[in-house]
Design a protein. Structure first.
Lengths: 393, 414
């Protein structure tokens, strides 16, 4: 076990002000509106003025034809640092890493990191054909529309190779739903039973309805600033002990049974000065459940292929032996475009700063948040991780 | 085991005809190389000229060495079936109407992993399979995972049939029955299982050789059709247009000679009137009905076949004006293909070399027998390809033309 404040590779830079703009299934407002709402809530939470935000990092798919630069004029922001990250489930981790270095190096003082997207009745369908060149050329013509077929392949291969059952994945989904019941912004408000999970509408065998996230509109955000500034503002803060990102790892693997985390996990834990056993809660990127299992393996909680056994041994609710997706994950909260890449991070910040909206994980000192995504046709290209610690840990 | 195709039930005349929809048809320029090869019935992928790495999905630079020279190369498609899925829910209208739909993930022996349509005769994963390329209903190249060895009734796979134009249980119009080619086509199409064949005859008062024999078959109906006469075309289209599933336009006028060896334009004009304007008249009159029935159940309207000539690619001066008329027909058929594509009707262009008939009497062999031409057209319908070059001469001219069209022009002028 470890004691005392650990060293962070990001020095004295911290994350504060975890913010969520309530999710809705459909909205007639644009991504700019959700971005503005997130920014306004960040200002209200922190007590800062808009002109004190001098860095903006935006994860969004639906600003087109704008990018983050158009948003600066739209929202009346003058910044000396800017980044636009339309990389879905990786947006949050990458935004965090960019913002931490910006403040650490002195390029900015206060960076607003926001993931925001809208969703109209036709948005999801309309976005499918233009998600990426390889998606358009190599999977979209084949009819599944979206990544369902790609993850059906992965799930089927994983089940066959490692002996996972539908009940194993169901256990994660059921536990996440229970975690969501106390989270006010979750779009799913009813408990999910194993029976409902197993008998739900088939989407693409073996994937069923409750393996799939629900696209929606919403936003998540946080601020990155120096520890001194956070203390001056009286803001609870979390420290980021280490973080990693990796793109297009293992291109020779015939099928994605591991992600880029494998290449970075040793350094991730070494930089943080902790071991997997020290982690109190994990926010996986749960699009789809098979990826959650792969993330747990790749981050060293069990060996490759031992995921099913690991799942059977543990319970994953906030009061369980291994809390996962403590606000319900995307599967129970909803996937608001790139905001889904921030969801786990924002919830991790809440847990380790004791600002929970839902049920807390007892004595949460170290939180691991994962990023993943940008599925082309057969695999997700991004793999990221961040270890957050309570300010005194 | 694929069950053989059954005769479809009689269509309920009260029900509205299903409107054509298409699978997603957008592709990058690089990916259209796969479509171009599939149009010829070939599965090709890019291979890096520098490091030999095979590329998939198609792209602009080698994923291994960044080399820019990527050569489209024939693939055998052998690979390992990693996983399959049955899709039950899709946002796409075309697939939504055809659920459930089975897909495969295959690791090709040549390196890449691909997503493909799954032929129902493939065993469950893990298994050896063979990936091929086909044109889907949108006329775009897609990959299909086939069983490693052939099985009976392979073509009757429900998903594969959405990509092909099988004549079985369909009704076919063959525009000219007086030539040996026309009659060979009638026989070939009937042997392939067509329900009904209408055979055009431009001068009904004349009895041409073979006509009596044609008329004896109960599935054959000889109909008046003069493709140089707009009224004739309109009248026939009015009578049968709404029932035709496949049009095979083999009507042609073929004369020898080029420019200087003949006086006046009358012969050339009659070549154009049949070979080019005949196609235009037919397409205007029969095209719309074909398009409207392109999704009309198992025996939907499915294909338009033009018997062109390899001389359409590059002028053969000894048959100079005929070549020009075929070149005009080729260009127009490309227009027809673009206009038919939104409905999913396949336009198939056939480029035979000299056919073994009276107009090629003076040419030395090899010449294409009418039966061989007919057989190649039935194969093209079954495989759903777009461009067919039947016979040795056509294959050789195609190779020369693809390698350097200007050199072929000079070779033909020597």
């Amino acid at each position: 076990m470890s004691v005392g404040p650990r060293t962070s590779v990001y020095g004295d830079v911290v994350v504060t002000a975890p913010v969520t703009v309530p999710y809705v299934r459909y909205s007639i407002r644009s991504a700019h509106w959700f971005t503005a709402k997130a920014l306004a809530t960040l200002l209200k939470t922190s007590g800062l003025r808009k002109d004190q935000i001098d860095g903006l990092c935006l994860g969004s798919f639906m600003l087109a034809p704008d990018t983050a630069v158009g948003v600066t004029q739209h929202l009346g922001l003058t910044t000396r640092w800017l980044d636009h990250l339309p990389i879905g489930g990786m947006s949050g981790i990458t935004a965090l890493r960019r913002a931490l270095r910006a403040v650490q190096s002195g390029d900015a003082e206060v960076v607003a990191c926001i993931g925001a997207d809208t969703n109209a009745v036709d948005s999801f369908r309309a976005s499918l054909g233009s998600f990426s060149v390889f998606a358009r050329d190599a999977v979209f013509p084949y009819g599944s529309g979206g990544p369902n077929a790609s993850f059906a392949f992965l799930t089927s291969y994983y089940m066959r190779t490692y002996g996972a059952t539908a009940e194993d994945f169901g256990k994660l989904c059921v536990a996440q739903r229970e975690n969501a019941l106390s989270f006010p912004y979750a779009l799913f408000k009813k408990p999910l039973s194993m029976e409902e999970y197993l008998t739900a509408r088939p989407i693409a065998d073996p994937i069923r309805l409750f393996d799939c996230v629900m696209p929606c509109a919403g936003a998540e955000g946080f601020l990155v600033m120096s520890r001194q500034r956070a203390e001056d503002l009286g803001l609870p803060y979390a420290r980021v002990l280490s973080a990693s990102e990796r793109y297009n790892a293992f291109p020779e693997d015939p099928i994605q049974m591991r992600g880029g985390w494998v290449l970075d996990r040793e350094r991730l834990y070494a930089d943080a000065g902790i071991e997997p056993g020290d982690i109190d809660l994990v926010q996986t990127y749960d699009d789809y459940p098979v990826m959650s299992v792969i993330q747990l393996e790749d981050l060293g909680f069990c060996a490759k292929g031992e995921g099913p056994e690991f799942i059977r041994r543990h319970t994953f609710t906030n009061d369980g032996s291994f809390p996962v997706n403590t606000s319900g994950g995307q599967l129970s909260v909803g996937q608001a475009g790139c905001a889904a890449g921030f969801l786990g991070l924002v919830e991790a910040i809440r847990q380790v700063t004791n600002q929970n909206l839902g049920k807390p994980v007892p004595d949460a000192r170290f939180a691991l948040t994962l990023g993943f995504g940008m599925i082309t046709y057969d695999r997700g290209l991004c793999a990221g991780a961040a270890i957050l610690s309570r300010s005194d840990a | 085991m694929i069950p053989p195709l059954q005769r479809p039930k009689r269509k309920n005349p009260i029900l509205r005809t299903r409107q054509p929809t298409l699978p997603p048809g957008l592709r990058s320029r690089a990916a259209l190389g796969l479509t171009a090869a599939a149009a010829l019935g070939r599965f090709e992928l890019q291979v890096c000229a520098s490091c030999k790495a095979v590329q998939y999905p198609p792209r602009e630079a080698c994923h291994n060495c960044l080399g820019e020279r990527l050569i489209w190369t024939l693939q055998d498609g052998a690979g390992e079936l990693l996983a399959t899925t049955t899709v039950h829910v899709s946002h796409d209208l075309f697939f939504r109407e055809r659920m459930p739909w089975r897909l495969a993930m295959v690791r090709l022996d040549s390196g890449p992993t691909v997503v493909a349509h799954l032929h129902s005769a493939c065993p469950p994963a893990p298994a050896r399979v063979r990936v091929g390329a086909r044109l889907d209903k949108a006329g775009q190249g897609v990959l299909v995972a086939f069983p490693f060895d052939e099985v009976p009734n392979m073509a009757d796979d429900r998903q594969l049939r959405e990509m092909t134009c099988d004549p079985r249980f369909r009704k076919v119009l063959i525009t000219d029955g007086k030539t040996p080619t026309g009659q060979a086509l009638v026989r070939a199409v009937l042997a392939a299982g067509a329900d009904l064949v209408w055979v055009g005859q431009a001068e009904p008062w004349k009895r041409f050789p073979g006509m009596d024999q044609l008329a004896t078959d109960p599935k054959v109906t000889v109909v008046p059709l003069d493709v140089t006469d707009s009224r004739s075309v309109t009248q026939l289209a009015g009578e049968i247009g709404g029932r035709v599933d496949i049009v095979i336009n083999n009507a042609e006028v073929h004369r020898t000679h080029g420019i200087a060896s003949r006086a006046g334009v009358e012969v050339a004009r009659s070549e154009m009137d049949v070979n080019y304007f005949g196609l235009l008249r037919l397409a205007q009159e029969f095209g719309p009905a074909l398009k409207s029935r392109a999704a009309d159940g198992q025996s939907s309207a499915t294909a338009w076949v033009n018997v062109l000539s390899v001389y359409a690619l590059s002028n053969f001066p000894a048959h100079g004006t005929f070549s020009a008329s075929k070149a005009a027909a080729l260009s127009l058929s490309q227009c027809l293909r673009a206009e038919m594509r939104p409905a999913g009707v396949r336009v198939i262009n056939v480029f035979p070399g000299p056919i073994d008939d009276e107009w090629n009497q003076a040419l030395p062999p090899p010449k294409l027998a009418p039966q061989a031409l007919a057989k190649s057209i039935v194969s093209a319908l079954r495989d759903g390809v777009e461009d067919v070059y039947p016979g040795d001469v056509a294959q050789e001219w195609l190779a020369r033309w693809r390698e350097n069209p200007k050199v072929l022009e000079r070779e033909l002028a020597l």
